[in-house]
Design a protein around this ligand. Structure first.
Ligand code: WQD
Length: 333
């Protein structure tokens, strides 16, 4: 049995689908703070299997223990956590409590039940502002907001756990910019309120619920002056987790691994790709830079290729097409 925390969320749900398709039994823990229960119906519709689900919070250790008591968990893929950068600046205590305490509770129960295999959902945000792309895993790490701090702190906690007990097997997956949706259009990203991230925002402009996109700066030292990021299809990302799981089953230790395509796209390139896929113009205006943004951020994905035999395969056009198809399907239902 594989435990997926945050398994009804955006990346979690795509990973659960691929775990089931790979023949794993899956149990999900989620507090539904940023996802909906009907994701389970969609997972069932895609795979024919309804994963076991516990509506619980990692902050409640007794509840977490009950899951380990009732199931023979061999490994955990840990997604559950708050993830909005701006919000983390407003309510840092909630971020530290939820992300850090939740992870500590999980690790303590894992230790108690001798389940020492974990794949952790980290982020390229741990590379901070001063490293030059392409980013490799051995660069110095830093964080510029409480959300990023929690990712960095959890990476360090997991490294310390391994130092204390070399039976652990830990994979720290550093995601670049996950976008897109399941090719069935049944799963995707459906943020509450006004989206913070570029592609969910563009999707709502295309669909008509937002008037126009604000492009944060056109005076960066990039191909067209707008920020460059490494956008990765969520299904490619999910596949990376299945391979990382296979890896932790075979190798003890701690490995940080980038999951990115190795290619950067500018904001204007993303707008153009999205316009092509949705068949509409995306109105936008250039505004001031957003505080804390870097000009260019993309991965060196060689380590994932070497260790996991993983490579991203889907193009920016496919990412935009799946994002748009999901938006159209969701608005209809
Ligand atoms: C992408 C590009 C913006 C919105 C953030 C977090 C990171 C990770 C993913 C996850 C940038 C520009 C954006 C808009 C714009 N967190 N942009 N107008 O900042 O690379 O990464 O999300 O859980 O930790 O930092 O992603 O999608 O916000 O921005 O012009 O309305 O689009 O300036 O160049 P980012 P993003």
């Amino acid at each position: 049995m594989i435990l997926v925390t945050g398994g009804t969320g955006y990346i979690g749900s795509h990973t659960v689908v691929q775990l089931i398709e790979a023949g794993h039994d899956v149990v999900i823990i989620d507090n539904l703070s940023n996802s909906k229960l009907d994701v389970l119906d969609k997972i069932q519709e895609i795979t024919g299997v309804r994963p076991l689900f516990y509506h619980i919070d990692l902050l409640n250790m007794d509840d977490v223990e009950r899951v380990f008591n009732q199931n023979e968990i061999k490994a955990v893929i840990h997604f559950a956590g708050f993830k909005a950068v701006g919000e983390s600046v407003q309510i840092p205590m909630a971020y530290y409590q939820n992300n850090i305490t939740g992870t500590l509770n999980l690790c303590m129960i894992m230790d108690k039940y001798k389940c020492k295999n974990i794949v952790f959902s980290s982020s390229a945000t741990v590379y901070g502002l001063n490293n030059i792309s392409p980013l490799t895993e051995d660069l110095p790490l830093s964080a510029t907001n409480p959300y990023g701090q929690t990712k960095l702190m959890i990476e360090n906690i997991l490294k310390d756990i391994y130092v204390s007990d070399d039976e652990w097997s830990i994979s720290l997956l550093r995601y670049f910019n996950p976008i897109g949706a399941h090719h069935s259009s049944l799963l995707g990203e459906n943020p509450r309120g006004i989206p913070n991230n570029l592609v969910p925002y563009i999707a709502q402009v295309a669909e008509g619920s937002l008037e126009k996109l604000k492009v944060f700066g056109d005076d960066y030292d990039t191909i067209d002056g707008t920020g460059v990021r490494d956008y990765i299809h969520v299904e490619d990302l999910a596949r990376g987790h299945i391979l990382a799981l296979n890896y932790v089953f075979k190798h003890k230790g701690v490995e940080a691994i980038n999951l990115g395509t190795g290619n950067g796209s500018s904001v204007l390139e993303v707008i153009k790709a999205y316009e092509k896929e949705c068949g509409k113009a995306i109105p936008y205006e250039i505004v001031a830079r957003r505080a804390g943004d870097v000009d260019i951020c993309f991965a060196n994905p060689q380590k994932a290729k070497d260790l996991l035999k993983w490579e991203a395969t889907k193009t920016l056009d496919e990412m935009c097409r799946d994002s748009w198809n999901f938006m159209v399907t969701t608005r209809k239902s």
